[in-house]
Design a protein around this ligand. Structure first.
Ligand code: BTN
Length: 252
């Protein structure tokens, strides 16, 4: 009914008008679903972002979660965040917009955020049972529908292109791209995807400040490890790897 071009992703779709969070629903049903199942909603009332933040999800966006069962070690689950970010950026770049990726998961256009990704995984010992890839894309919504404190630094595809976007065809293209990247992820060395990701990232080479619950690390972003951790070279020339945190670009 959606005219999908995929064979795995979206084989089963749970569609809702309104939910608290598609990620929460996906996690509840993941154990009994096959991989590729999609949870998608028009509106989220309790949308969740990274680091415990709220994700404002009014009408006009794409709020979705994909259930994957890649059978990988838990420490590799964050690689899928990079895979999803790469897929989103590729699809937006095909619309002639200069989408870039800010580590670990923001897709931005002209420095403004258009997509966020929240990856959640459940693992038995070290092997993942499932990964829920939560993807939020600001498509057609009115930025006025977003509280001012969240609006700063955000944009929508509609605002960038100056026209309404057909969400269904965007979703078809995105799922196709995500499926291609997921197949590469499962069949190729991860370095291939990482190289593509690095080419679209605007984080590497920048002076950054990364905040984690326990500390703040400042320095130059010099790379990403195969597990998706950001490598920072500090003023004293030592390097540090940060697996999760909030990254701020220093003004240059
Ligand atoms: C971030 O940038 O902090 C991540 C935002 C992730 C938002 C998406 S929208 C669909 C899915 N359901 C949620 O509650 N969150 C993710």
């Amino acid at each position: 009914q959606m005219g999908l071009k995929t064979t795995l992703l979206g084989k089963e779709i749970h569609y809702f008008e309104e939910v608290t969070s598609t990620n929460s629903i996906a996690k509840e049903i993941a154990a009994s679903e096959e991989e590729g199942t999609l949870v998608i909603a028009e509106v989220q009332k309790g949308g969740r972002g990274r680091l415990g933040r709220e994700w404002i999800s009014p009408h006009g966006g794409i709020w979705m979660s994909v259930i994957l069962k890649p059978g990988i070690p838990l420490r590799h689950a964050s690689r899928l965040t990079l895979v999803a970010g790469l897929a989103v950026a590729n699809v937006i770049r095909n619309m002639d917009l200069d989408a870039r990726i800010k580590w670990p998961n923001d897709v931005r256009i002209n420095g403004k955020k258009v997509c966020g990704i929240l990856t959640e995984a459940k693992a038995e010992v070290d092997k993942v049972d499932y990964v829920v890839l939560g993807i939020g894309i600001n498509v057609n919504m009115d930025l006025k529908d977003i509280p001012e404190s969240f609006r700063a630094g955000s944009t929508t595809l509609k605002a960038e292109l100056g026209r309404h976007i057909k969400r269904v065809s965007f979703l078809q293209d995105f799922l196709f791209e995500l499926e291609q990247q997921y197949i590469l992820f499962k069949t190729q060395p991860f370095s291939h995807i990482l190289n593509d990701w690095l080419a679209l990232s605007d984080t590497i080479g920048r002076e950054v400040k990364v905040t984690t619950p326990s500390r703040i690390i400042e320095g130059k972003a010099v790379g990403v490890t195969p597990d998706g951790a950001l490598v920072i070279k500090k003023a004293d020339d030592t390097k540090e790897e940060i697996i999760a945190g909030r990254c701020i670009y220093a003004r240059s």
